[in-house]
Design a protein around this ligand. Structure first.
Ligand SMILES: Cc1cc2nc3c(=O)[nH]c(=O)nc-3n(C[C@H](O)[C@H](O)[C@H](O)COP(=O)(O)O)c2cc1C
Length: 299
């Protein structure tokens, strides 16, 4: 396979294809399908300080062109993550990015501080844009002062690369400027799009939490818009994410200005997706004599 290294500020990757948080477990579970060390990075499920049970009731619904989830950020919490999951993750020989969430600044800082002592947390991806959780997520990203304070304080305590993850439902351009100015390395664009489903027969909302997050092909044009705008207007390196199902979808993101991509919902349809996208992308670059993926940008 052709070498496809890329870098986003201080984050150097052996190739630009990674998995999206919450869609690929902790990475090692997929080792039965293929060697996940081949990927540019694994981004693990979002980790909070304490374990979270997630939402009750329906959690996933398939719709035309995508998936709506109302998982509610279920995760084992930081202590179990460090004690039980990290030793397994150490078997994966590629960049390991830990996605974190918090309902206040202190929670994010607590997690980042503990992760800073772990070799395996090569970078942190900060989820400020999840639409599923009442107490954190969306409201966090909507408060620009809070976001600036978070970026500044995380930058002070975490020495390795920091990525902020935004959705299209929050003021992402302002956040991108803040992140650039506070020394954040890259932005992941985008998280799921806030959505709602009605069960007509039951005359009720489908999800207990009312809202869910839309992902998959339906959000690809929205994600491309955000990637393009953030790159063009702010210039902070971007990881494109949203509806990438094959290498041609990934090419669209590189042409819009992304320096790397994440594969999410596609993993549910085909657990080999991320690998196949990397393989096909690599073949495309070889055939078309493209030495660096970032040269694909069309503007
Ligand atoms: C079931 C599910 C769980 C997710 N969990 C997280 C999470 O814990 N943290 C996060 O930042 N994003 C989470 N996401 C969002 C994805 O990482 C990704 O940003 C989004 O699904 C868009 O990409 P896609 O269309 O390729 O899936 C989740 C998405 C899905 C479908």
């Amino acid at each position: 396979m052709k070498e496809l290294t890329t870098s986003l500020s201080n984050l150097n990757l052996k190739n630009p294809v990674m998995t999206a948080s919450g869609t690929f477990g902790f990475g090692f579970e997929f080792m039965n399908f293929y060697d996940t060390s081949l990927l540019g990075a694994i981004v693990c499920k979002g980790i909070s300080r304490n374990p979270r049970e997630g939402n009750r009731g329906h959690r996933l619904a398939e719709i035309n062109g995508g998936l709506i989830n109302s998982v509610g950020l279920e995760n084992p919490g930081l202590t179990d993550f460090i004690d039980k999951i990290i030793p397994e993750a150490e078997k994966i020989n590629t960049t390991y990015i830990v996605n974190i969430l918090g309902s206040d600044i202190e929670e994010y800082l607590y997690i980042a501080e503990r992760l800073s002592g772990l070799k395996r947390a090569d970078a942190i991806e900060v989820n400020i844009s999840c639409p599923n959780v009442k107490s954190g997520g969306i409201s966090f990203g909507k408060d620009l002062n809070l976001t600036r304070e978070l970026a500044r304080k995380l930058r002070e305590i975490f020495p390795r690369p920091l990525i902020f993850k935004v959705s299209a439902d929050i003021p992402y351009l302002e956040i991108a400027r803040i992140c650039r100015d506070e020394g954040i390395d890259a932005l992941t664009c985008i998280n799921t799009v806030q959505s709602l489903l009605i069960d007509v027969d039951k005359k009720a909302f489908r999800f207990n939490n009312i809202y869910g997050g839309l992902s998959g092909p339906a959000i690809k044009p929205v994600a491309l818009r955000v990637v393009y705008q953030v790159q063009k207007e702010v210039g902070i390196p971007v990881i494109g994410c949203g509806g990438i199902m094959n290498y041609r979808d990934a090419l669209e993101f590189f042409m819009a200005g992304a320096s790397a991509v994440q594969i999410g919902t596609a993993n549910f349809a085909n657990p080999l997706s991320a690998y196949e996208i990397l393989r096909d992308l690599s073949e495309y670059c070889e055939k078309n004599n493209i030495p660096d993926i970032r040269e694909l940008r069309i503007w």
